[in-house]
Design a protein around this ligand. Structure first.
Ligand SMILES: *Cc1c(COP(=O)(O)O)cnc(C)c1O
Length: 340
């Protein structure tokens, strides 16, 4: 059996989730007739403490729709240089939305330096692409972003400069569980939040975009234009609902297993980023040659890791399909690995 630690997107729907999907009451969601989609959206709105939510096919489309709903063509928005929105969404907001991203290099702790954010805000002036939005990400490479920082930066850019603030919360449930903080407390500083159901929560497909009623109605129009108006999508929403009901608290198991594995790796002399796991992720830093060899050897042992992301690091991601038995297999493989 293959142990896949490349990402938390690789999970299989369990039998009970498949049952929930097969039994789901459905209707045409473009007519807002799908009771299961409506239920998922209500639940997501409640959990995030926002007025409304919209079921999205992917996190990428969810972030894109958020930017399109917040910004006009010709606006600029501030975003982390290594944020998913800037690095891994194919420049969609520029290509399809005519917006100009202004990337800022993150601090070590994943925050954007406040003075740089403020200095990057362009006012309305014929020379500039006026800045109307700030996008942050939590967790960022698995790292939980300080809530006090988010409250300060969001309040400052909103009150002083009239910006909107969007959170890419693909893994916000991991942050919530890791810090024992209610999700809605983590979303409170923001106008809009995108949450992935298909990462650690374990749904096969889907994200939810949350915000106020007016924002969500604009988002719905953009989603339709982008081809994301789905029909009997309650079959998919049922999986998302199942996750929200059963898979949030169990994220702690992934974090605990990540900690256990990180400790083993450190004891074996591997250089683990920050000397600890980042929620459900571990990053090993070393030379390219060493990491490629490690990656290839593990692959031949049917253990898949992720090499080639940020810098010289190899990423290991824990998720619901990695049991204690799987973890032990991985630990044994590292114990017997010959570095030279
Ligand atoms: C996975 C991810 C997304 C987008 O998810 P897709 O559903 O794969 O489009 C957005 N932001 C972050 C931080 C992610 O990890």
């Amino acid at each position: 059996m293959i142990i896949d630690l490349r990402s938390d997107t690789v999970t299989q729907p369990c039998e009970k989730m498949r049952q929930a999907m097969s039994m789901a009451k459905v209707g045409d969601d473009v007519y807002e007739d799908d009771p299961t989609v409506n239920l998922l959206q209500e639940k997501a709105a409640t959990l995030s403490g926002k007025e409304a939510a919209l079921f999205m096919p992917t996190g990428t489309q969810s972030n894109l729709v958020a930017i399109l709903a917040h910004c006009q063509r010709g606006d600029s928005f501030i975003v982390g240089e290594h944020a998913h929105i800037y690095q891994y969404e194919a420049g969609g907001s520029a290509v399809l939305g005519g917006t100009l991203p202004k990337p800022i290099i993150e601090n070590e702790d994943g925050t954007l330096p406040l003075e740089k954010v403020l200095a990057s805000i362009k006012p309305k002036d014929i020379h500039f692409a006026p800045t109307t939005l700030l996008c942050l990400e939590n967790t960022f490479n698995g790292k939980v972003i300080d809530l006090g920082y988010q409250e300060t930066v969001c309040q400052t850019v909103r009150k002083k400069h009239g910006l909107k603030v969007h959170l890419d919360g693909a893994r916000l449930f991991n942050a919530s569980i890791a810090t024992n903080t209610e999700l809605k407390k983590l979303t409170a500083p923001y106008d809009s939040v995108s949450l992935c159901l298909s990462k650690g929560l374990g749904a096969p497909v889907g994200s939810v975009l949350c915000g106020n009623t007016d924002f969500i109605s604009r988002a719905k129009a953009w989603r339709k234009m982008l081809g994301g108006g789905m029909r009997q999508s309650g079959v998919l929403a049922a999986a998302g609902l199942f996750c929200l009901e059963h898979n949030i608290n169990r994220l702690k198991e992934d974090h605990d297993r990540a900690s256990t594995l990180a400790e083993c790796l450190i004891n074996l002399g591997w250089q683990v980023k920050d000397n600890q796991a980042q929620t459900n992720m571990i990053f090993i830093n070393d030379s390219e040659q060493t990491l490629i060899k490690l990656n290839e050897t593990m692959k031949s042992n049917k253990i898949l890791l992720s090499y080639g992301g940020a810098g010289n690091s190899l990423r290991i991601v824990l998720h619901k399909d990695i049991t204690d038995e799987g973890l032990n297999t991985v630990i044994n493989a590292f114990n017997t690995y010959q570095r030279n």
